[in-house]
Design a protein around this ligand. Structure first.
Ligand SMILES: O=P(O)(O)OC[C@H]1O[C@@H](O)[C@@H](O)[C@@H](O)[C@@H]1O
Length: 397
């Protein structure tokens, strides 16, 4: 029962959290382990069809890594399935089939683990680091994941480091440069800092935060952009004008975490502005969801709403509510945002087989009929756990 001292928006957010968590533990975790794990070849399927059966799609490195994370933290949500077995099932396949002789990770393999694309993609390296941090957290006595992660970090700094900070996409250079993999690199650095990793994680995190504050974010508009030329200037034409609401939320969540760790006011200020964009022009009130993309004049660019921006809306809102807890009115607004984000997310869970999700909501309110991508599970798990953690921190049951 919620105490009368708690606001109604907060109680509402807690009620939504309860529904989300029930769905997660009773339907999603069991389904993505029972049907989503490949007992024959190992690893996890890339997608489950709307009938709950696996599709035979090629497997992206990021998806395996994300599933390792999702199952590593499953016990925190109260799933009492074989947490460790599930996480190890994913990690074994990932290390056996994606790890290259140079210690970096290839981008894609076939369902049987055969190499389909040996390319090193920066985004995938970030998720490899993230999964290794999750593995470290699940089995702290084994230091192998840390050794592997430090080697990956060093190799990236040796081969892809950009003179003005951050990373190239590849060597030899391909353009545009992208902010997005840096977001996940920052997420991985924070995960390693939480695991007690060496000072290199903090240094790299700081470099990425500074790059975001000085280059990725447009100081006038306050929004963070996606595509850049070789000197970290927004790319010419439309790509350089794209502002994704989901990324405003996701970066804001990371910036608030960074600010809480370091006291950085600049990071917090950037977060408030990004949240205002995401939650203002970024949300279509009619459908109750965050859209895929705006342009820098705040007009919709891609009004389709994928699932993942909804999870990022929840994460940003939960942490913002926590960070403003001494200012009742502000905090109340963020709890309301978290509740609205949670409701928006739940509309994606209305599927013939419970535990699956829809991925794309059209402007007319219909969903695209398609298989459920496993890639979204990590987003969903993290959002529900962040909401839960924020509520627990302020003492809400
Ligand atoms: O597109 P998938 O693989 O489902 O990932 C979902 C999304 O995750 C977010 O964190 C961002 O990195 C997006 O750019 C990405 O599209």
């Amino acid at each position: 029962m919620s105490s009368p001292a708690f606001s109604s928006a907060l109680a509402d957010a807690a009620a939504v959290r309860g529904q989300l968590n029930t769905w997660l533990v009773e339907h999603a975790y069991p389904l993505w382990w029972e049907a989503g794990a490949d007992r024959l070849h190992g690893g996890f399927h890339e997608k489950l069809g709307l009938d709950g059966k696996p599709t035979n799609d090629p497997r992206r490195a990021r998806v395996q890594a994300r599933q390792v994370y999702a199952y590593s933290v499953a016990a925190k949500s109260g799933w009492n399935g074989p947490v460790r077995e599930a996480a190890e099932h994913g990690l074994t396949f990932f290390l056996n089939h994606y790890r290259r002789p140079d210690g970096l990770f290839r981008t894609k393999v076939a369902p049987d683990g055969g190499c389909l694309d040996d390319t090193v993609v920066l985004y995938d390296q970030a998720f490899a680091l993230f999964a290794l941090a999750a593995a470290q957290g699940a089995a702290p006595e084994n230091r192998v994941p840390e050794e592997m992660a430090v080697a990956v970090r060093q190799r990236l700094l040796d081969t892809l480091h950009h003179a003005q900070g951050g990373f190239e996409e590849s060597h030899p250079r391909t353009l545009p440069l992208l902010s997005n993999p840096h977001m996940h690199m920052l997420e991985a650095c924070l995960a390693w800092m939480e695991q007690g990793g060496d000072g290199g994680w903090r240094e790299l995190a700081e470099e990425i935060v500074n790059l975001a504050l000085t280059r990725f974010i447009d100081g006038q508009m306050g929004g963070l952009k996606e595509y850049f030329d070789g000197d970290w200037r927004p790319q010419a034409g439309t790509p350089g004008r794209i502002v994704e609401p989901g990324h405003q939320f996701e970066w804001a969540w990371l910036m608030l975490r960074w600010s809480a760790l370091t006291g950085s006011q600049a990071a917090a200020d950037a977060a408030w502005r990004m949240i205002a964009i995401g939650e203002g022009p970024g949300v279509d009130r009619r459908r109750g969801v965050a859209m895929n993309a705006l342009l820098d004049d705040m007009t919709p660019h891609d009004p389709v709403a994928r699932l993942w921006p909804q999870t990022e809306r929840i994460k940003a809102a939960a942490l913002a509510a926590l960070a403003t807890r001494d200012d009742a009115d502000r905090s109340e607004g963020y709890w309301a945002m978290a509740a609205a984000g949670g409701r928006g997310l739940m509309t994606y869970f209305d599927t013939p087989v419970q535990g699956l999700w829809r991925d794309r909501l059209n402007p007319d309110g219909s969903f695209v009929e398609e298989a459920a991508p496993a890639s979204s599970f990590y987003h969903i798990v993290c959002a529900i756990q962040e909401l839960d953690r924020a509520l627990a921190t302020i003492g809400h049951p």
